[in-house]
Design a protein around this ligand. Structure first.
Ligand SMILES: C[S@@+](CC[C@H](N)C(=O)[O-])C[C@H]1O[C@@H](n2cnc3c(N)ncnc32)[C@H](O)[C@@H]1O
Length: 323
């Protein structure tokens, strides 16, 4: 199963199955369960290439990620295996079927209900194992005179460009620097940490910026971005702050507010409730968010008085020192 997000589905599946997930929380919830072998990310070396009779592919949010999921499915399948593609209409399943037809001569819709469709492709050609080098891309971002090469993989946040919210955050960091050590929560491709270190080096200082992100592509990209930039810091997979043990002089973040195709702020609300535990006394939270998101009240309650340090028509950057 590639891209499974709701593990309750597994209760209805008999036999052996591997679950390829790019979500560390899902990976952790299946680890040690015995029955299901979880694999973290599309490039996990333990992927059982050429062994699956059936691969089920769930529709991803990003189109480029669908290519990757279908390519991985072709590599996991034993000769003449079956591929099942399923997802919601609003996730774009109708146009995804065209991609399915490109890799199989026999494609049919086998079910549809509640705005979802299930398609079956038979006699899918099996393909060779995946290599990350074939999918990794690079682009350069620049802010306040500091340029950083940033790695990209299908499904990564803001691939190929610097997000406008992240740019405002970087501008605020150039205007009012934070002290280290720093944690970049929800680090994506590692752009904030690599830029911060480049900026500090220009001022003759050095800074360590650890990063954590739930998505396998983000962890991989951030490690690649750090490697190329010669940046220092530990990049770790993590769902929220659960696996973060250290305390930091600053936490900087452009936190998530989507979950799949829906808006969802619950993750960031949980993060705000726990952030103070990972700040040193007087440590600073620096957070950028869409102006309409209700974080100011939560920052005031959980971290300390929120101050607006930068704002544009779409985004606000808040700073708060731990109570
Ligand atoms: C708005 S993006 C910011 C990425 C990067 N910091 C930047 O500015 O380009 C939010 C990131 O949060 C990550 N994320 C989503 N849910 C998460 C969770 N539960 N724990 C940690 N990271 C999460 C996503 O994978 C995504 O990379």
């Amino acid at each position: 199963m590639i891209g499974l997000s709701d593990t309750t589905v597994l209760g209805q599946v008999s036999g052996e199955a591997c679950v390829v997930t790019d979500h560390y929380g899902v990976f952790q919830s299946l680890s040690g369960s015995g029955q299901w072998q979880p694999l973290f990310g599309y490039f996990d070396p333990a992927n059982p290439y050429g062994q699956a009779d059936t691969v089920v592919v769930f529709m991803p949010k990003a189109k480029a990620e669908l290519e990757l999921r279908l390519r991985l499915a072709g590599a996991l399948l034993a000769p003449a295996g079956r591929l099942v593609l399923l997802g919601e209409k609003r996730e774009g399943i109708a146009s995804a079927v065209k991609r399915l037809k490109a890799i199989s001569g026999s494609v049919a819709k086998v079910d549809s209900a509640r705005h979802c469709q299930v398609w079956l492709a038979e006699s899918v050609t099996s393909l060779s194992a995946l290599s990350i080098a074939d999918w990794l891309t690079w682009h350069t971002v620049e802010e306040a005179g500091v340029a950083v090469d940033v790695a990209g993989l299908p499904g990564i946040f803001s691939d190929g460009r610097l997000d406008k919210g992240t740019r405002l955050l970087l501008q605020s960091l150039a205007g009012e620097p934070v002290a280290g050590p720093v944690l970049d929560f929800a680090c994506g491709a590692g752009v904030i940490g690599a830029w911060l270190q480049g900026w500090a080096a220009d001022q003759g200082q050095s800074l360590t910026v650890d990063g954590v992100d739930v998505q396998a592509q983000a962890v991989e990209c951030a490690r690649q971005t750090y490697l190329r930039a010669g940046a220092h810091g530990q990049i770790s997979p993590g769902d929220g702050l659960a696996d973060v043990s250290g305390r930091y002089a600053a936490i900087v973040t452009n936190p998530p507010f989507h979950s799949g195709v829906r808006n969802d702020t619950s993750m960031t609300e949980r993060f705000l409730a726990q952030a103070a535990r990972h700040l040193t006394s007087g440590g600073e939270l620096r957070l950028v968010a869409n102006r309409f998101l209700p974080y100011e009240r939560l920052i005031n309650r959980h971290v300390g008085p929120a101050r607006v340090v930068a704002q544009d028509p779409r985004f606000t950057v808040y700073s708060a020192k731990r109570h």
